[in-house]
Every structure is written in C-alpha cells, then in structure tokens.
Design a protein around this ligand. Structure first.
Ligand SMILES: *[C@@H]1O[C@H](CO)[C@@H](O)[C@H](O)[C@H]1NC(C)=O
Ligand SMILES: *[C@@H]1O[C@H](CO)[C@@H](O)[C@H](O)[C@H]1NC(C)=O
Ligand SMILES: *[C@@H]1O[C@H](CO)[C@@H](O)[C@H](O)[C@H]1NC(C)=O
Ligand SMILES: *[C@@H]1O[C@H](CO)[C@@H](O)[C@H](O)[C@H]1NC(C)=O
Ligand SMILES: *[C@@H]1O[C@H](CO)[C@@H](O)[C@H](O)[C@H]1NC(C)=O
Ligand SMILES: *[C@@H]1O[C@H](CO)[C@@H](O)[C@H](O)[C@H]1NC(C)=O
Ligand SMILES: *[C@@H]1O[C@H](CO)[C@@H](O)[C@H](O)[C@H]1NC(C)=O
Ligand SMILES: *[C@@H]1O[C@H](CO)[C@@H](O)[C@H](O)[C@H]1NC(C)=O
Ligand SMILES: *[C@@H]1O[C@H](CO)[C@@H](O)[C@H](O)[C@H]1NC(C)=O
Ligand SMILES: *[C@@H]1O[C@H](CO)[C@@H](O)[C@H](O)[C@H]1NC(C)=O
Ligand SMILES: *[C@@H]1O[C@H](CO)[C@@H](O)[C@H](O)[C@H]1NC(C)=O
Ligand SMILES: *[C@@H]1O[C@H](CO)[C@@H](O)[C@H](O)[C@H]1NC(C)=O
Length: 414
C-alpha cells in the first residue's frame, strides 16, 4: 500500500478536511490544526496519464481533478506540512512543503493513481497502484505569509504523468488562518505587450530573472474628466496619471509604471456639499480621489487605488493627504509633475493637473490657483538684486555722511 505515513507526534493534532466550493472542477481544501488553518489550497489540475491497455498499446488519458476530494493524512506538521488530496477510487495527489526563514516552496510532489479505477482507466492491462513522484518544484519559492497565485497554466511532468495547473491559490505555513498578500507567478505579471496600458518593465514569461528596464516611461496623456449633477458638471478634472507600483516577482520587488490611458478611462463619482469623489476606471484599475472642504478651501484628502485584475485584493489607500488645495470657487492648477504616495509600494505621478471639485462656475472651471512648483522663481532674483542694491546705496550713503562729518571735524580742528 502507498499510504502516506507521517510522524506520530502530529497525530494528536486536529485535522479537518474542509469544504469544496461549487466552482466546477476546482477543489478547495484547508488543512487545520487546533482550529487554525496552516495550508489553504484551491486549484484546478488536468492529469494526462499514459498507461498500457489490454491489447498492449499505450494510451494517454486526460482527466480533471474533481471538486469532491478528501484530505486524510494531511498534516500541519511543523516544519514539513503535508497536503494529501484523495479523489476517485484511491487516487492521491500529495505535496509536502519546505521553508527557510524567508521563503517556502513545494518539496516533493507525488501522484498515485489506481489503474483498477475503472472510471478512469477502463482498459488498463495491469490493475496496480502507480506512484509518480517528482522533485521538479510545483511552484517557485514564495515569501512566508504570502499566498502563491497563478491564474495561468503551468505544467509539471513526471514518469507517465503530465499535470497541468491553473487558477492556483496556495499557501502553506499559515499561522493565523488568513491568506497573505498575493504572490503571482511570472505568467500573471502584466507585460509591455498588454494594451492599452503600457508598462515600463519588460518581464519575460520564462523562468529567467526579470530585470526592470531603466528606460524612462513616456509621459501619460492628459485626460479631461467630469462628474455630472443631472446634466451639468459639478466636478471637473484634467490630468495625466501614471501609477508606479512595486510588485513581487519571484521574490523580488519590481517597480512597474503604468500610464492611465484617458481614451478608455471612464469617470464617475459624487458631488456633495462637504465632500466630493472622482472615480477613474480603466479596465480593472480604479483610482479614486476624495476631496473635502476645510474652511474656505478644498483639498485632496484621500486616494484609493485598486490595481490589476490579477491581484484581486490589491486595494491601496492613503487617507491622510493634504494636496491640491485651492479656495472654493477656484480651481487648482499644477503643470509640474507631482508625486502622491498611496502606500509604500504604490505611488502616483500626476502631470498637468487642473481640478475643481466644488462650486463650479456654470459648469466651468473658476479662476486657476497655480501650485507653488509652477511659480517661476526667477521673479525673486530682481527682488533680491534690488534689495542688495538698496542696501549698498544706504551703506554708501552712511559712509558718505560719516566721511563728511569727519572731514568737517578736521576743518574745525585746523
Ligand atoms: C475549535 O472550535 C470548536 C468549535 O468552534 C471548539 O469547540 C473547540 O474548542 C476549538 N478547539 C480549539 C483547540 O480551539
Ligand atoms: C487496441 O489497439 C488499437 C491500435 O492498435 C487501438 O486503436 C484500440 O483502441 C485498442 N483497443 C483497446 C481496447 O485499447
Ligand atoms: C502521451 O503523452 C506524452 C506527453 O505528452 C507523449 O510523450 C506520449 O507520446 C503520448 N503517448 C501516446 C500514446 O499518445
Ligand atoms: C482539462 O481536461 C478536460 C478534459 O478532461 C478538457 O476538456 C479541458 O479543456 C482541459 N483543460 C485545459 C485547460 O487543458
Ligand atoms: C483501486 O480501485 C479498486 C476498484 O475500484 C478498489 O477496489 C481499490 O480499493 C482501489 N485501491 C485503493 C488503494 O483505494
Ligand atoms: C517530502 O516527502 C518526501 C517523501 O515523500 C521526503 O523524502 C521529503 O524529505 C519530504 N520533504 C520534506 C521537506 O519533509
Ligand atoms: C495574519 O498574519 C498576517 C501576516 O502575518 C497579517 O498581515 C494579518 O494582519 C494577520 N491577521 C490577523 C487577523 O491577525
Ligand atoms: C481637454 O480640455 C482642454 C481644455 O478644455 C482641451 O484643450 C483639450 O483638447 C481637452 N483634451 C481632450 C483629450 O479632450
Ligand atoms: C517608481 O518608484 C521607484 C521607487 O520610488 C523609483 O525608483 C522609480 O524611478 C519610479 N518610477 C517612475 C516611472 O516614477
Ligand atoms: C445638483 O443640482 C441640484 C439641482 O439643480 C442642486 O440643487 C444641487 O445643489 C446640485 N448639487 C451640487 C453638488 O452641485
Ligand atoms: C477602495 O476602493 C475599492 C473599490 O472601489 C472599495 O471596495 C474599497 O472599499 C475602497 N476603500 C476605501 C478605504 O475607500
Ligand atoms: C482578468 O483579465 C483576464 C484577461 O486579461 C480576463 O480573462 C479575466 O476574466 C479577468 N478576471 C477578472 C476577475 O476580471
């Protein structure tokens, strides 16, 4: 028998096989110990198995791991957790894990199939159990407390078996039952070829380590956006937006710049007496600007970014901004590039901003209040030169007066 054994010290733990979701052909399991989940896995697998048929020929058969699975024999197991997934008549997909102080990864992956399972192998010549084991890693090392996510296909090949995976979400060494930050496989990371958005980094989909290119990103085009109250605009904004996000890529942080293309960006939002919201939606990327009124001025208070469809949970928010301030009835204008820090791994570069979230002038911008960065500091130079000149003249004049007094005294003394 192939039955997996594990150290008896782990037997005392409470191991609970958990639910399968309704999503067809994706199984979802959680391995628990003392009510705390240590392994969570949800994935789809297609197995292609080559076996010998009754008439002596080889045959390939492809089948999908079903939704209905059990997890007997799985173990949180401290340093070497084990995930056992049983399905059908004695088929077992089994993966154990290993870690160091920073990362974890799959260790040994084995698939045991039962050639006497007539549903899968009706014409198999032999009727034995076959164990196909591979050390080729099922997934790359993943930072601890992150969950490995790969929506794209990936294959693992072993003797007589090819396993094709997709829609994988898997985390081991969990310590508080919560899935960590998504760590995506390279295939999921958007590349330069993806339109309409452009990325500054070229990330090859092969296994080579990506090198962020140093090539500067084009300036984003400026878009005109508005929020309507009935048919009349109640919020106007125009700006060029570039998101600059740090994404985990095979254990490395890669800065990726993404220009928001106004031609396929929709604006929506709300106007109010105290607060206003501008929401820009470009595909699955959403940038929200929250404005508030403080005394006689408005300013940008909060920015909320939802990034890339591959990272479903990627909400980043900065609640505590005090930017883009101007008097009510006026608009804020800044031609220079500005940087908004949304979080430590997400920045927004803004270009040619003009915005008025309150008190529009019949649907149009009011007077522009230009940001300090735009103001040409050269006007200060004549003032500085003038000040120095006046000071020098006064100095000369004083010395003249002193000189005259001295010479007068001289005359008198003679
Ligand atoms: C696990 O949860 C159950 C019910 O929620 C509770 O009765 C049990 O005491 C818990 N066990 C541990 C070890 O926390
Ligand atoms: C027997 O072999 C032939 C090819 O030689 C194949 O087409 C056929 O499907 C096989 N039959 C069985 C029952 O496996
Ligand atoms: C089965 O699939 C494997 C891998 O794709 C291939 O090498 C082999 O030739 C196939 N066998 C048959 C009988 O089609
Ligand atoms: C998985 O296998 C099934 C047949 O069992 C097939 O219909 C399906 O297209 C395969 N999926 C992929 C992604 O290859
Ligand atoms: C393999 O399949 C046969 C037939 O369905 C079944 O009797 C046997 O118990 C299975 N083996 C295991 C290890 O489950
Ligand atoms: C995983 O299991 C294999 C046997 O199936 C064992 O040789 C290997 O040491 C295990 N890996 C770890 C990290 O325990
Ligand atoms: C669980 O742990 C992760 C990382 O260790 C942490 O970010 C998260 O806040 C924790 N959640 C709870 C509910 O403690
Ligand atoms: C945005 O508005 C400005 C001024 O109203 C105009 O000059 C510019 O062409 C507009 N840009 C686009 C892309 O519509
Ligand atoms: C993105 O941010 C990183 C870190 O601050 C910086 O090194 C990089 O130059 C930025 N890229 C762009 C296009 O602003
Ligand atoms: C929206 O329009 C209504 C009716 O024209 C007006 O009463 C209200 O003040 C407007 N609200 C804003 C925020 O401009
Ligand atoms: C950020 O935006 C997302 C999507 O619009 C929303 O679900 C989330 O609640 C927002 N977060 C905050 C703090 O506003
Ligand atoms: C993510 O984008 C891909 C194509 O880029 C699409 O097929 C998929 O449905 C999207 N997923 C979500 C959740 O929007």
């Amino acid at each position: 028998m192939f039955l997996t054994t594990f150290p008896s010290s782990h037997l005392g733990f409470l191991l609970l096989p958990i639910h399968c979701l309704l999503e067809t052909n994706a199984f979802e399991v959680e391995i628990k110990e003392a009510n705390t989940t240590c392994i969570s896995a949800k994935l789809r697998i297609n197995f292609t198995v080559e076996y010998e048929t009754t008439n002596g020929t080889s045959k390939n058969i492809t089948f999908t791991a079903p939704e209905k699975v059990t997890t007997d024999g799985s173990s949180c197991g401290g340093a070497a957790p084990l995930l056992n997934v049983h399905f059908g008549n004695g088929n077992l997909w089994s993966l154990n894990f290993t870690k160091n102080d920073k990362e974890y990864r799959g260790s040994v992956l084995s698939f045991t199939y039962n050639l006497s399972d007539s549903a899968l192998f009706p014409d198999a010549k032999k009727k034995n159990l076959v164990i196909s084991t591979t050390n080729t890693s099922f997934f790359v090392p993943v930072p601890l407390n992150s969950s490995y996510t790969c929506l794209h296909d990936d294959t693992v090949t072993a003797q007589n078996v090819v396993q094709l995976y997709w829609n994988v979400t898997l985390q081991a060494y969990m310590n508080n039952s919560t899935l960590g930050k998504d760590f995506h496989c390279s295939a999921d990371i958007p590349s330069t070829t993806q339109s309409p958005t452009t990325y500054s980094t070229t990330i090859p989909s092969t296994t080579t380590t990506p090198q962020p290119t140093t090539k500067p990103v084009d300036k984003p085009s400026v878009g005109n956006y508005s929020v309507l109250n009935g048919t009349e605009p109640c919020l106007l904004a125009s700006m060029g937006l570039q998101l600059n996000a740090s994404m985990l890529f095979e254990g490395k942080n890669v800065w990726t710049a993404l220009n928001i293309d106004p031609s396929n960006t929709n604006s929506s939002g709300t106007c109010g007496n105290e607060t206003a919201l501008l929401r820009l939606t470009n595909g699955t990327t959403v940038v929200e600007f929250h404005f508030v009124i403080k005394e006689k001025n408005f300013h940008l208070k909060e920015v909320n970014v939802t990034l890339f469809n591959v990272s479903d949970l990627s909400y980043k928010t900065n609640f505590n901004l005090s930017l883009w301030e101007a008097s009510l009835g006026n608009s804020y204008l800044c031609r220079k590039e500005q940087l908004i820090t949304v979080s430590e791994d997400l920045y927004i570069n803004t270009f040619d901003v003009r915005v008025q979230p309150f008190n529009l002038n019949k649907g149009n911008y009011g007077t522009a209040e230009e940001c300090f960065a735009d103001s040409d500091l050269s006007f200060l130079i004549p003032i500085a030169v003038g000040t120095v000149l006046v000071f020098l003249i006064i100095l000369v004049f004083i010395s003249y007066l002193i000189g005259r007094r001295k010479s007068r005294t001289g005359y008198q003394s003679v």
